[in-house]
Design a protein around this ligand. Structure first.
Ligand code: PRT
Ligand code: ZN
Length: 301
């Protein structure tokens, strides 16, 4: 085993696609400064013992399973597909799922032709379903007790019904615009997906594991901060309970005296959920004034 493998963490992320920018931004937000190799396919960490490999998302689960990379960031849809494939091959624990990440949200759903007779998955008996996720779909059909042919499409699944290649499809959906453009309507969701951080099941050296723990803790901080706001306001003492009730996810507020005023206090509070205009108006209605909402840059729980 070479010295780098002992000491440096290797993370697989998507080379070019929907997860790429978010994943690179996340690595920067956890403090990583990096330079890219000449071929641009490897990023070398300069201030942390962390390097990353830019690859197709389809390859990420196997790179982590085979311990070529210590960590990977991949859509749960891709991970689940590979997990079932490996399980069918007798490999039960191919990777550890460390944490969900807050980007890449989509759902894997069945979709049916708008002008056809099929309305639910029960109508799929004896029919043909096109998908890029044959393992997930096959497992779902087995559990539901439905016999249908599953054919694998590696892309443009949506056009399979109009080409006469399938009766219906199962594909990723986010806005639903692609289904509508192909005259398909969305049916049952079989997987809610988001990007996830995965780790090899092979034990890391203690120093590497310490860095992984640190990265995970920082990711938690980064994700909390995205929605968090620091709110400052003046309020009558008597309204403190009403104010904290209006701010879900708020830590216990800091209450400070206001110079020369006895019945009012300054209230500072970190709110871990999105703060909308409605909330501010409701705070005002219970007596708060001079309300300020500030973004939070970093947070360590
Ligand atoms: O080249 P590589 O193999 O790395 O990339 P890829 O083309 O396989 O993946 P990519 O970049 O398209 O997606 C990477 C990951 O993003 C997926 O595995 C999902 O986890 C996640 N993701 C989130 C999505 C979507 N949203 C999404 N909408 N992946 C694909 N889509 C496609 C979907 O397949 C369909 O064609 O977008 C279309 C539907 O979008 P709407 O908005 O019209 O519903
Ligand atoms: Zn892919």
């Amino acid at each position: 085993m070479n010295a780098d493998k002992q000491t440096r963490i290797k993370i697989a992320i998507q080379k070019s696609g929907r997860l790429t920018d978010h994943s690179l931004e996340l690595l920067q937000q956890v403090g990583l400064k990096y330079s890219r190799g000449r071929d641009q396919l490897i990023g070398y960490g300069e201030n942390m013992p962390v390097d990353f490999l830019l690859v197709r998302d389809d390859d990420i689960p196997s790179l982590v399973k085979d311990d070529v990379c210590d960590l990977g960031i991949v859509g749960l849809n891709e991970l689940e597909e590979r997990r079932i494939e490996y399980k069918n091959d007798g490999i039960d624990n191919a990777f550890q799922q460390i944490m969900p990440l807050d980007y890449g949200q989509c759902r894997l759903a069945f979709a049916y032709p708008e002008n056809g007779s099929m309305k639910t998955i029960a109508d799929a008996e004896g029919k043909c379903i096109a998908t890029s996720y044959p393992y997930i779909v096959t497992e779902y059909l087995k559990t539901a007790g439905i016999n249908a042919d599953v054919i694998e499409f590696s892309g443009a699944v949506e056009i399979a019904p109009s080409l006469g290649r399938a009766n219906m499809i199962c594909d990723l959906v986010s806005s639903g615009a692609t289904l509508a453009a192909n005259k398909l309507f969305e049916g049952e969701t079989i997987l809610q997906s988001t990007s996830v951080l995965i780790q090899t099941t092979v034990a890391l050296s203690p120093e590497k594991q310490q860095w992984v723990d640190k990265i995970v803790q920082r990711i938690n901080g980064v994700q909390q901060v995205r929605e968090s706001k620091y709110i400052m306001m003046h309020a009558p003492r008597s309204a403190l309970k009403a104010i904290t009730d209006l701010l879900p996810g708020a830590e216990s507020p800091t209450v400070l005296p206001l110079g020369g005023i006895d019945d009012k206090v300054a209230v500072h509070v970190v709110c871990r959920e999105a703060v909308f205009w409605d909330t501010l108006e409701n705070l005002k209605a219970v007596g708060a004034s001079s309300i300020l909402v500030l973004p939070v840059e970093k947070m360590l729980a």
